[in-house]
Design a protein around this ligand. Structure first.
Ligand SMILES: Cc1cc2nc3c(=O)[nH]c(=O)nc-3n(C[C@H](O)[C@H](O)[C@H](O)COP(=O)(O)OP(=O)(O)OC[C@H]3O[C@@H](n4cnc5c(N)ncnc54)[C@H](O)[C@@H]3O)c2cc1C
Ligand code: FES
Ligand code: FES
Length: 304
């Protein structure tokens, strides 16, 4: 049973581990702010943040909750749009309102989460990177000019280079982008078993191997919650020895894209791999899963 934090609460649920996090948030927890739209990773309306302790400090990733199995939350902090709310609009919400980036508002929660994810993780402020961070968020009515204006205003307001990663959460709390309770999350996560601390389940004979789940949840949808699954351990690893490059199948596509080692072999990989999926799907999708699903889209990436 996955144990994790959801906004301010500790969760220990009996729901099947293959259930969609989106349905857990909306149906089980009764919080409708996270939108359910395409349910296939294409629109970004369901975006949430998942935080975990890495290298001794708390780091958050934006993820599509429609493609995220509940088991992936073990030992992590799940944040929905309700979890960053306070009594007043925060600076990101104010910028979207002030620059005409909202019409029907259906895409807005996902957009706010993507921008919050950018402010949580970017090393320095860059409008180009901020725009890329929302490239998986579709808006059907307000359009993108207002979103760009809001991002430009936010990038002018906050300089991330002055905020080292270990201090980022307290800075975002100080800037009123995050609520105060985020300061306690690292300590509370240390009291939970981390994902790596949970022994591999012995799979049932007919259990389906699952890594990120971004393909299986599209292919099998809600049926995934009703079948035995074997969650493959994440051992992300890239090694280069002489002419041989070994990459563990569990390595995520975003890890490949940002790998300094792979950039020595493929100098354009950082830009080329931006063409694969959206930023949020790349944070979940693995190389092994991509090879097994045999997506034909890889051929568009230029190899030397
Ligand atoms: C919205 C969206 C956009 C996408 N865009 C692109 C794109 O632009 N380019 C592109 O190339 N791809 C694209 N993809 C495909 C994406 O790359 C794959 O969904 C992803 O890599 C699958 O990895 P996963 O870990 O999530 O696989 P899972 O869903 O966990 O598994 C997929 C299959 O692989 C098997 N499997 C997984 N890991 C292993 C393993 N280690 N050993 C044996 N079997 C294994 C599973 O049993 C399952 O059959 C997109 C997907 C989505 C949802
Ligand atoms: S509902 Fe569209 S990406 Fe999840
Ligand atoms: S404001 Fe309507 S979809 Fe974006």
């Amino acid at each position: 049973m996955p144990e994790f934090l959801f906004n301010t609460n500790r969760i220990d649920t009996d729901l099947p581990p293959g259930s969609r996090v989106l349905d857990f948030i909306r149906d089980d927890q009764g919080l409708p702010g996270t939108r359910s739209a395409c349910r296939e990773g294409d629109c970004g309306a369901c975006l949430v943040l998942a935080g975990s302790l890495r290298d001794g400090y708390l780091q958050y990733l934006p993820l599509n909750s429609c493609l995220l199995p509940l088991a992936a939350l073990q030992g992590r902090h799940l944040v929905s749009i309700e979890g960053i709310g306070t009594d007043a609009l925060n600076p990101i919400q104010q910028a979207l309102v002030g620059h005409g980036a909202i019409q029907c508002g259906y895409c807005t929660p996902g957009l706010v989460m993507a921008i919050t994810g950018y402010f949580l993780s970017a090393a320095s402020t860059s409008l180009e990177d901020a725009i890329h961070a929302v490239s998986g968020n579709l808006c059907r009515c307000a359009g993108y000019a207002g979103i760009e204006r809001a991002l430009a205003a936010l990038c002018g307001q906050f300089e991330l280079a002055a905020s080292p990663p270990q201090q980022r959460i307290s800075d975002l709390v100080g800037w009123r982008i995050l609520p105060l309770y985020f300061l306690d999350i690292a300590g509370r996560l240390r009291a939970l078993p981390a994902a790596e601390g949970v022994p591999d389940d012995v799979p049932e004979d007919d259990a389906l191997p699952i890594a990120g789940g971004t393909d299986l949840l599209v292919q099998k949808g809600d049926a995934l919650a009703r079948q035995p699954l074997h969650f493959l351990p994440s051992r992300e690893d890239i090694q280069l020895a002489g002419q041989t490059c070994r990459i563990d199948a569990s390595t995520r596509i975003e890890t490949l894209r940002t790998s300094a080692l792979l950039q020595t072999l493929l100098p354009d990989i950082g830009e080329d791999f931006k063409l694969i999926c959206s930023p949020a799907v790349r944070q979940q999708a693995t190389l092994g899963g991509n090879l097994v699903n045999a997506s034909p889209i890889w051929r568009y990436v230029s190899w030397p």
